[in-house]
Design a protein around this ligand. Structure first.
Ligand code: BG6
Length: 466
């Protein structure tokens, strides 16, 4: 298609791709010397927590099928692809001796991607703490900070000659909120003070890994991936505005500011101090955070947060939660993905990008995840066996229009990655909601079939627009 026939044309060399994570797609969680991580452990001890009892051993088997998957990446138009390294595959005990079979596997993946002109974007941590380190306290513990830096440095040294886009964490708020506040991820603790410590350590490890990376003078960039949930107040009333600001400070700026500006917002520090929740830290930690900000920012966007002032005083006898500062509400008439229950608000992606442009030095960024999870997609299979997922194509187009608009207005956006490539296993929801451009048939040995959205994505990337 000629550029002149397209309505939305993206900048030259735009990164078209998708994101994935090790636990969600590798499978083989006990093979070739991999150590257990918190997901393997939780599944063994509490399998009923997982939808249909499917655990991390049965994810989409990328470990054995990566060659086939890389061909499919090519067929669906990818010029870049994010995967994460499994810390417990590299270091079965979390630290110490590196597992050579893991090194071989990741070398193969990186080399095959490069052979196919697909740039590897590598993330070091996607919710998968090695069990041995969780037993030391996981992200709560200072010893784990040092183990992470050792792991990161090993990955840079082994793969950094070829990988030129590195990410220290994916969505560091998720282990904080799911693991230490709302009980969705192991260790399912409810403890605000610990949650703050975990958040602080994720920022410290990110900065320390960046420092390590830069000391090696490798030829790439390093960043972090944050899920930003724009916080929209119910009204312009000062109390609603204040509630929305507090939600923004807790869920977004607690990671955005240290990652990009090298400091925590003063107002956040005051809020935490007032409640006695400041984390413990060592002399020099704040200097490390200040001096090691990111080159590049990945933004995962799914949904906004609708916020209003608290209507009732919080119950001081209950465990302290973020919702002590604000209430959320259901905005009348909002559009919702009925399967996942998440609001769909496409303009949110524009608001995030404009905020980065205006308040974060227009840092180089890309959309690192955006996607729509849908149940029972086999309903939409046509006579040729292809899932007709028109809804997903519309979802992507509706978001891309706003990404395009932000670029037109000067935002420094380099790419767009969808979540995700092949239907994958999702934490507690297992295979309930499917997100892929390619389907996986669990009854036919994980057989892959490109969906209509996968063909569309190829066209999008080839035309560099739509
Ligand atoms: C992102 C995560 O938050 O959302 C992914 O990085 C996750 O790991 C994706 O799978 C979709 O969420 P869910 O819970 O529907 O899988």
């Amino acid at each position: 298609m000629k550029t002149s026939e397209l309505t939305y044309v993206f900048p030259k060399d735009f990164w078209w791709g998708s994101a994935s994570s090790a636990t969600q797609m590798e499978g083989y969680s006990k093979a070739d010397g991999k150590g257990p991580n918190i997901w393997d452990y939780w599944y063994e001890t509490e399998p009923n927590r997982f939808f249909n009892g499917i655990g991390p051993n049965h994810t989409s088997q990328f470990y054995s099928r990566y060659e086939e998957d890389i061909k499919l990446l090519k067929e669906t138009g990818h010029n870049s692809f994010r995967f994460s390294i499994s810390w417990s595959r590299m270091f079965p005990e979390g630290r110490g001796k590196v597992n050579e079979k893991a090194v071989h596997f990741y070398n193969q993946v990186i080399n095959r991607l490069l052979d196919n002109e697909i740039e590897p974007f590598v993330n070091l941590y996607h919710f998968d703490m090695p069990l041995a380190l969780q037993n030391e306290g996981g992200w709560e513990s200072r010893s784990v900070v040092e183990a992470y830096v050792e792991y990161a440095g090993t990955c840079f040294a082994l793969f950094g000659d070829r990988v030129q886009k590195w990410f220290t964490h994916n969505e560091p708020i998720v282990p904080v909120e799911c693991g230490y506040l709302y009980g969705h991820h192991y260790p399912a603790i409810v403890d605000f003070k610990k949650a703050v410590q975990v958040a602080f350590h994720s920022m410290l490890t990110s900065a320390k890994a960046i420092e390590k990376y830069r000391s090696l003078s490798l030829p790439g960039k390093i960043g972090i991936i944050l899920n930003v949930t724009p916080s929209y107040p119910r009204s312009e009333h000062p109390a609603d505005l204040d509630a929305a600001e507090k939600a923004d400070l807790l869920f977004n700026r607690s990671f955005l500011d240290p990652s990009v500006k090298g400091e925590f917002p003063q107002k956040l520090v005051e809020m935490l101090e007032e409640e006695g929740f400041l984390p413990s830290y060592e002399l020099g930690d704040l200097d490390i955070i200040r001096e090691n900000t990111v080159d590049l920012l990945g933004i995962n966007y799914y949904q906004p947060r609708r916020v209003k002032a608290k209507e009732h005083l919080p119950n001081r006898n209950a465990p302290f939660m973020p919702e002590f500062y604000f209430d959320t509400y259901d905005m009348p008439g909002k559009k919702v993905n009925p399967y996942r229950g998440w609001e769909i608000y496409e303009k949110g992606i524009f608001d995030i990008l404009k905020n980065l442009q205006e308040n974060y030095g227009n840092i180089e960024c890309f959309i690192s995840e955006n996607g729509m999870g849908v149940e029972n997609e086999e309903r939409f299979i046509n006579s040729e066996g292809i899932i007709q997922d028109e809804y997903r194509i519309s979802f992507y187009k509706d978001h891309l229009k706003w990404v395009h608009q932000a670029i037109q207005e000067g935002a420094n956006v380099k790419g767009y990655h969808v979540w995700t490539f092949v239907d994958n296993w999702s934490w507690l929801n297992a295979y309930k909601n499917r997100y892929g451009l390619v389907s996986v048939d669990l009854d036919q040995n994980y057989k892959r079939t490109i969906k209509q959205s996968g063909y569309w994505y190829k066209e999008l990337a080839t035309n560099n627009g739509f």
